[in-house]
Ligand binder design. Structure first.
Ligand code: WTA
Length: 674
């Protein structure tokens, strides 16, 4: 950053910086604490201590109280790092815990899912649907019968590639009813990504839709599936495990239906009985696979299992969101991500709550879409991502100001560190300075929230996820796995197993051990950097591996690089993150071209599109920079640290460059940057 720029920023942010001092603390109001499930620090501390000192006692009690079982477990935990078995010998079913459990009470007629579709244009309301617990149960049972009729059995993998519609939740729950394993793929991923996930998981069926609406356009999901099913490698279809595709009709678009393979959802559903006995599943029966990016290679299929995951999702939803019967709870995540799994579907439904599902973008048809929905449905709990909050800030206060947001009582954030400015804005403008904010730290791998304030208890400070949830023992450690002193930076690890922890990487036990259990032996390594302050609060710094967090989405640099080098003109590629005001991080690709090819605007756009095609629009680089060579160490490793500085616009590269193979490379790149 140039000197003048820095001076200007400092002057402008004097005020805000003093407002955001680390010791600025927001205490929960007495009214909130009084009505909260957990209302005092003493109560939290006592329960927390118990959960750490006697995890089996604590979790055994919770599992008994919170879940419905066909058969009780004989042992709460069997732990031989890195393999955990929770509630050994027990049998349960997730759909029973999310649906049947409430059918004998008045909850049966309470809204389970309130759904809003995206409006076609300003002034035209979106589609709207409400499903009570009874109605959702019926749909789920029917669809479970559809799955069975089309040959899906316990243990089979079903790939779900659908828009944010109630049927997506129906599909997930129907899988759980019969013990099929779902693998949800975010609608923003490409045909190639769908094919890769089918190949890796050996899925037998795809559930999709003729399209999903996004910002006034249609995402061609079925067409992507068709393309995925055509992909051949060395003359062989990589998706040959797929036997059938079930397609939800959602748009008026024409799609091709392949005879004998493709079936319409509504036609199948109409034929199916509404009675379906739930499968009695072992606690450790695989529940779902969810692919997530790592620092190397292709995305890995994170495996979660039945009872432990459900208990984690249920308990965290109950205590972190302080869920009550009359809440209207809205988590804005897509079901393609873990947040959608745990906090749109499983957590809220297991608590018998009302969960709002929304299909579209936050700024369609106008920048006040979210606030319109909050007002319309009297949303009381809102859970969203810092990247969305930063976008709202940019669009201006006038949009939320147009709406009555007084129904809100609690706000949450997830996905990336929240900058204090965004926290303060969320607190003041959306929360009317009255709602507690829960900044929740967790991961696809952890299944549920790990570090978060409890809203009736924990004094919050903007920018920290504060303290661990019950049963979670995080620690900030050095390279030898030794705890570092307070206020020093280090790696975040978790010392003890917890029920909703991942059970493995689908089909790759070796990678599971290497990625998560080798950094500090016997401990779970999160991949995040962290610092604990004097009060013991955890301040997550962000990823310390080669995973970027773009708008709260995890993107592995290695994956984008291999997409780039698969383009015929690209010789080498290195992808790094640069700070971005809205997205948190933006993707910058440095590319060298083959032969005498020269970079230009057209090729830049072509490469972005190419990545979009290989991985999906979410992974398109924000910028592509052409270079004659990439800076490397003498041993041939790309010096990402330097590229990051160049990408961030720090032209005078800081740090040690003495191991550079060719100092001219960096001079050239820096010159290009200026
Ligand atoms: C980051 C999303 C800071 C972190 C649930 C983690 C956060 C990665 C927070 C997991 C938070 C998530 N504060 N950083 N409150 N929440 N992260 O698997 O780097 O998509 O490792 O799970 O997001 O992303 P994932």
């Amino acid at each position: 950053m140039s000197k003048t720029k820095r001076t200007k920023k400092a002057a402008g942010s004097d005020n805000i910086e003093s407002m955001l001092r680390e010791d600025r603390v927001f205490k929960p109001s007495k009214e909130f604490s009084k009505q909260a499930h957990i209302g005092s620090m003493a109560q939290y501390k006592k329960l927390y201590k118990r959960s750490i000192d006697d995890p089996e006692g604590f979790w055994g009690e919770q599992a008994e109280k919170e879940l419905t079982w066909f058969k009780p477990w004989s042992k709460v935990l069997q732990w031989k790092a890195p393999n955990a078995k929770w509630f050994v010998g027990g049998q349960t079913n997730v759909s029973v815990n999310c649906l049947d459990r409430f059918l004998d009470s008045e909850k049966a007629n309470q809204a389970a899912i309130i759904w809003e579709g995206e409006p076609a244009a300003p002034g035209i309301p979106g589609e709207e649907r409400t499903l009570t617990y009874r109605q959702l149960h019926r749909e789920v049972c029917q669809f479970a019968n559809v799955l069975k009729a089309r040959g899906i059995k316990k243990g089979d993998v079903v790939l779900i590639y659908m828009p944010m519609v109630p049927e997506a939740a129906v599909a997930m729950l129907a899988c759980t009813r019969i013990g099929a394993i779902h693998s949800v793929v975010f609608g923003g991923f490409s045909a190639q990504s769908v094919a890769d996930r089918i190949q890796d998981s050996q899925a037998k069926m795809v559930l999709t839709s003729d399209g999903g609406f996004r910002r006034g356009g249609v995402v061609p999901l079925k067409e992507n599936v068709d393309n995925a099913l055509k992909i051949k490698v060395k003359g062989r279809f990589i998706t040959k495990s797929i036997e059938s595709v079930i397609v939800l009709r959602r748009t008026k678009n024409k799609v091709t239906m392949k005879k004998g393979r493709d079936f319409w959802w509504h036609e199948e559903q109409a034929k199916a009985s509404a009675e379906c006995k739930p499968a009695k599943l072992n606690s450790e029966h695989p529940l779902f696979i969810l692919y997530t990016s790592g620092s190397t290679g292709k995305p890995k299929g994170i495996l979660h299992t039945t009872a432990g995951y459900l208990l984690g999702a249920k308990l965290t939803s109950k205590y972190v969101f302080d869920l009550k019967d009359n809440d209207v709870y809205w988590c804005t995540a897509d079901i393609g991500w873990i947040t959608g799994h745990s906090y749109v579907v499983y957590g809220p439904l297991a608590n018998g709550a009302t969960t709002l599902m929304y299909e579209g973008a936050p700024n369609w048809p106008g920048p006040d879409r979210f606030w319109d929905l909050v007002e319309k449905h009297r949303v009381s709990i809102l859970y969203t991502a810092p990247t969305a909050i930063r976008a709202f800030m940019k669009w201006g206060e006038e949009w939320p100001r147009k709406h009555d947001l007084s129904s809100l009582r609690l706000l949450g954030t997830v996905g990336e560190p929240i900058n204090p400015e965004a926290w303060m804005w969320y607190h003041r403008v959306i929360g009317g300075s009255r709602c507690p904010i829960v900044d929740t730290w967790w991961q696809t791998e952890t299944g549920g929230i790990m570090i978060s304030p409890l809203p009736g208890v924990t004094p919050t400070k903007p920018g920290t996820a504060t303290l661990p949830f019950f049963g979670v023992k995080p620690e900030v450690v050095d390279d030898n796995g030794k705890a570092v002193p307070k206020n020093s930076g280090g790696k975040l690890v978790v010392r003890q197993p917890w029920p909703s922890m991942l059970r493995g990487i689908w089909g790759d036990p070796k990678r599971f051990v290497e990625t998560y259990w080798s950094e500090v032996k016997g401990n779970y390594f999160t991949g995040d950097g962290c610092r604990q302050d004097k009060d013991g609060y955890f301040w997550i710094v962000g990823r310390i591996d080669d995973v970027l967090n773009v708008s709260g989405h995890r993107i592995g640099t290695a994956e984008v690089e291999s997409a780039l080098v698969s383009h015929p003109q690209v010789a080498e590629a290195a992808v790094v993150g640069r700070p971005d005001e809205i997205k948190g991080q933006a993707l910058v690709a440095f590319v060298t071209l083959k032969g005498s090819n020269k970079g230009n605007k057209k090729l830049l756009e072509e490469l972005r599109q190419h990545v979009g095609k290989e991985i999906g629009p979410v992974a398109k680089p924000d910028n592509v920079r052409f270079a004659d060579a990439l800076p490397k160490t003498r041993s041939g490793k790309i010096m990402r640290r330097l590229l990051k500085q160049i990408a961030a616009g720090n032209v005078e590269v800081q740090g040690d460059t003495s191991t550079l193979e060719d100092a001219n490379v960096i001079a050239q790149l820096s010159k290009d940057a200026s």
